[in-house]
Design a protein around this ligand. Sequence first.
Ligand code: HT7
Ligand code: ZN
Length: 880
Amino acid sequence: PKEVFLKDYKMPDYSFEKVDLSFTLGEDNTIVASSITVSPQIEGTPCPLVLHGVDLKLLSIKVDGKELKEEEYHVTSRHLTLPAPPTTTFTLEIVTEIHPENNTSLEGLYKSSGNFCTQCEAEGFRKITFYQDRPDVMARYTCRIEADKTLYPVLLSNGNLVEQGDLEGGRHYAIWEDPYKKPSYLFALVAGQLESRDDSFITRSGKNVVLRIWTPCQDLPKTAHAMYSLKAAMKWDEEVFGLEYDLNLFNIVAVPDFNMGAMENKSLNIFNSKLVLASPETATDGDYAAILGVIGHEYFHNWTGNRVTCRDWFQLSLKEGLTVFRDQEFSSDMGSRTVKRIADVSRLRNYQFPQDASPMAHPVRPHSYIKMDNFYTVTVYEKGAEVVRMYKTLLGTEGFRKGMDLYFQRHDGQAVTCEDFFAAMRDANNADFSNFLLWYSQAGTPYVTVTSSYNPDARTYSLKFSQDVPPTAGQPVKEPMFIPVAVGLLDSSGKDMPLTSIYNEGMLQKFDQPASTIVLKVTKKEEEFVFSDIPEKPIPSLLRGYSAPIRLDSDLTDGDLFFLLAHDSDEFNRWEAGQVLARKLMLNLVADFQQNKDLILNQKFVNGIRSILCDSSLDKEFISKAITLPGEGEIMDMMKVADPDAVHAVRTFIKKQLALELKQEFLATVKSNSSDEPYVFDHQSLARRALKNIALVYLASLNEPETTEFALHEYKSATNMTEQFAALAAISQNPGQVRDEVLSDFYNKWQHDYLVVNKWFALQSSSDISGNVANVQKLLEHPAFDLRNPNKVYSLIGGFCGSPVNFHAKDGSGYKFLGDLVLQLDKINPQVASRMVSAFSRWRRYDETRQSLAKAQLEMIVSADGLSENVYEIASKSLA
Ligand code: HT7
Ligand code: ZN
C-alpha cells in the first residue's frame, strides 16, 4: 500500500469553480452525472488532470460538450487521468454508475434502513464520482436528486432548495444549491422516508433560520433534546465567539448505520441516530450529555471546519482539535465546568495516553498515513483540543478571542494549515510562543517532574521542573516542549497565598495585583522558578485545571495530597489529588497481590472517601467523580509490564472494601438521592442521579442478599433509563440467577428499541465475569445482532475489548475471538474492522505469554488475502 507524506504536499494543478451534480437514484443502480468548471492553476501550461475514483463504472466523459475518445483518457481502479486537457478553463462532464444498494462500507453513497445517505469525509466522495477529492479543492455545488416519490419522498442536499417537482412514472426531483464554496468531503445527499421536527432560531442579526431534524416518523418524539441542544449551540457560538449561522436552513438527519458519531456536511449534518434520539425512558444522562456535545460539535464546525477548512488531511486537528475544544467549552458552560474537565481529562488519560505510548503513536499533525480514516484518533481530536486549550491558558479569554477573530478575518473561505492558526493567535496578541509548534509535530506524552524547596530565611519558594518526551516510532530524540503550568500555593490554613513577586522571567502574569494562580512557561529541559515574599512553607497546587497534556510527577507527600483534596480552591486539583492518592495506593496493592501478600486498605484513604461522600457542601456530580477509582487501563499504563489480572483483583478488592466500610453511608446516599420527580436533564437532577448510581454500584458489589435486593428494587422502581440501567449494571457485577433474570427481563422490555438493545449488548460484553468470551460468542448469534451495523459491533465487540481481564485472558481466547472477527468484518466494513484491530496495538505491554498470543493474531491478520489498507496499516504498524 502507498503511504502519503505531509512533506510531499503540492498544490492542485487545477481548481474547480462550479460543480453541478445530478443523481438518478434506483433500486439496482444509481447514475451520477457531474459537470465541473475546471481551470488550470497556471494557464497555458499543459499538465495531466488526475481525478480520484474508486468502485466506479465510467459511462461517459466529455470536455466542453465533446465525448472523449478512448486514447484521450485513462482509467485505473483508483484514478481517471486526462493526459492533455485544455490549457484554459473548460467544462468536464462525467457520468458514472454506482451501487449504493451493495455498499456495506458506509462510505460514499449507501443505504441505511432503506434510505439513501452519504458519508464523504475523508475520502468517500471518490466513491460517488471522479473528482479531485482533496480538501483544498473548493467549489460551489448544485445537486439535482431524482427518485421514486413513494419510496423516497424526502430529497435533501446542501444549501437551499431552489426547485422541486413531479416526474413521470411516480418519480420526483429536487434541486439544491449551496452558495458557499466547499471541499468534496462536505457534500451530502439524503433521500428517504423521513419526517422532521421543525423549529426556528433568530440570529443576533435578526435572520430567521429554519431548523429541521429528520428521522423515521416513529422516532420524532425522541428529537426534542437534540433540537434544544442545537438552539443552545447556536446561541452559545454567537455569545462566546460572535459566530452566526450563515444560511436560512439547517438540517440534521439521523441514520442508524454510521461509522462514526456524526458529520458536519454544510447545512445537512448527518448523525448516527444514537447521538440524536433520546427520551427519559430510553436514554441515560450520559446519552443526553453526549447528544448535547456532539450536536454542538457538528454545528460549531460550520465555522471551524467548513468556512475555514483544512489544506490537506494532515491538518485534520486544525478543525477537529479546535472544534472539540469548542464543544468542551460549550458543555462546560451548560453544566459543571469542573466535572466536564474531569471527564475530558479522564478520557485523555484512558485513551490518548495509551495511544501516545503505543506503536500507533503519532503527532497531533501526523507526518504520514496509508488510510486517512485511521487518523481520526484521540490524539488528533482530544490531544489536539488540549493544544488549543493551551493557547487560551497562555493568552487568556480575551487574547484567545482576538486570535480567533483574526483567524476568521484572514482565512474565511480558505483551506489552511495549523501554522495559520498559530500565526493568528501569535499576531493578534503579539505573543512570544517560542517552540509551541512542537505540540503539532512531536508525538508522545511529556513526563514532567517537579521538586520544591522553601527557604525560610530568604522567604523564597522554588519549583524546579525537568521534562522528558519519550521516544516514539520514527522519533527517537525529542526537543523540550513549551508547557504552560498553572500554579497556586496554599498556606497552612488551606487558603491561596497571594502571589506578588517572583525572581525569574517567564511568569506569565504581570504582578500589578496579587494573583492566586499564575501560569509558568516551562520551555527548557530543566528550569527553576522562584517565588519571593512567601511567609511560610506552602503546599503547591500544580497544573491547575490540567493546564497541559502531560504526565506530572512531584514530591508531594500523601499528607500534602490529603490536604489538597480537602482544601484546594481549584476543584479540578482537589479531584486530581484524590486520583494521585488512589493511583499510588492501587499500584502498591498490585505489587502486594503479585507477591501473594494479603491486601489491606489504608484507613486514611477510606476516611478520605467518607469525608467527600458526606460533604454536603460539594456538588453531587463532583462527589460521584471523586469517589470513582481510576480505571484499570490507567493503572496498567503506569506499570512496567501490564498485569490485567492483578489490577482487576485490586480494583475489585478496593471497591468491595469501601462498600463494606461505608455501607451505611452508601445506603443513606441512595435513599436520600431517590426522587419521584419526572426526569429532567438539568445539572442538579443529573448530579443527584450520578451520586445515587455510583453508591448503588458500590453496594451491589458486596453481592449480599440485602444489597442485591436493594438494587433490584431500584431496577424495578426506576422511571428513567439512567436509573434503570445503573441498577441493571450494579446487579450484573455478580454472576448468578438474579443477574440472568434481570438481563432477560431488560431485553424483553426493550427488544423493540435497537439503541437500548445496544446498551444491553455492551453491558454483557464488557463484563469482567470470568470466561465471558463464551457469552459474547453466543451473543454474536443473537437475532438482534448484525455485523453490518457499526453501533452493534462497537457495543458487542468493542465492549468486549474494554474488559482487560477477558480480552487479555491468559489462554488467548480473547485475542482469537477478535482476530477471527476482524477478518470477517474487514470484508464488510474496513473502517470498522480497523477500529477493532486497534485493540491489539499495545500487545508489547503484556507478559511474554500474552505477547506471543496477540502477536500470532496480528501476524495472521496481516497475512490474510485481500486485506483492506485500513486494517493492514494498523496491524502492520502494531507489529513494527
Ligand atoms: N468530521 C467528522 C468525521 C467523520 C468521519 C471520518 C472518517 C470516516 C467516517 C466519518 N464520519 C464522520 C466527524 C467529526 O465531526 O469529527
Ligand atoms: Zn469534528
